[in-house]
Ligand binder design. Structure first.
Ligand code: ADE
Length: 226
């Protein structure tokens, strides 16, 4: 999987994508992430990539030219399966979308800033617009880091236990069951007996019941998504 990211603040993406599971995915060559500074395609020697919006109003808009040139230059190297733009008015990200994107080969992600990007780029290049929730961030870098992380951990060979991503919350529209580790008794708070029974069928049943109960209580809406 190759992911290219266009941004005016590459520093925001460095740390989240350089540790833990993302580091492992990249070190193993299962995930390539290249962060490109949009100023490389700036319209002048001052590095300008944004301008005032037509019609007036506070806030700058990211200009067509740097974005179009960047997208065209990068696409010439590798045709993208999806060109993703992060925006609060996009489709809210969920596990199903992440699963679908994890099966693609080449993705380009565009991080907006200020008031966003010129609408014409959205119309003519962007294939998918994603929001990470109903709140407004100062840019698309954190959403991009979130999406790369969510995709990266699904790539075959990235997680140590090949099956573990299958049991995450939201796979099958269900929340994950509770988990416990040593000690069995912490200040009188005990681990459920069934988990120590060694009876795998019973343990599976218990986990399924817990998942159901938790989903019903916390996220009944997930049952309606089937
Ligand atoms: N950019 C600003 N806010 C955002 C959000 N909630 N999701 C995706 N991109 C954004």
């Amino acid at each position: 999987m190759n992911i290219d990211i266009l941004t005016v603040i590459p520093e925001l993406l460095e740390s989240p994508l350089s540790h833990s599971i993302m580091k492992r995915a990249r070190d193993k060559g299962l995930l390539t992430v290249q962060v490109h500074h949009l100023r490389k395609w700036a319209v002048n020697e001052y590095g300008q990539v944004d301008d005032y919006q037509y019609g007036g109003g506070a806030g700058m808009v990211m200009m067509c030219e740097p974005l179009a040139k960047a997208i065209e230059e990068l696409s010439a190297d590798k045709p993208y399966d999806e060109i993703i733009y992060f925006t609060p008015d996009g489709q809210t990200l969920n596990q199903q979308t992440v699963n679908g994107l994890s099966l693609k080969g080449n993705l380009l992600m565009i991080c907006g800033h200020y008031k966003g990007i010129d609408e014409r780029i959205r119309e003519h290049y962007v294939t998918r617009e994603i929001s990470i929730g109903d709140y407004v961030l100062s840019g698309g870098e954190l959403p991009a880091a979130i999406l790369v992380d969510a995709i990266g951990r699904l790539l075959p060979g990235v997680l140590g236990d090949e099956t573990s991503a299958l049991f995450d919350s939201f796979q099958d529209n269900m929340l994950a069951p509770p988990v416990y580790t040593r000690p069995v008794d912490f200040r009188g708070w005990k681990v459920p007996d069934v988990l120590m029974s060694g009876d795998h069928r019973k343990i599976e049943e218990w986990r399924m019941d817990q998942s159901m109960a938790r989903t019903k209580e916390r996220r009944p809406d997930l049952f309606e998504n089937d």
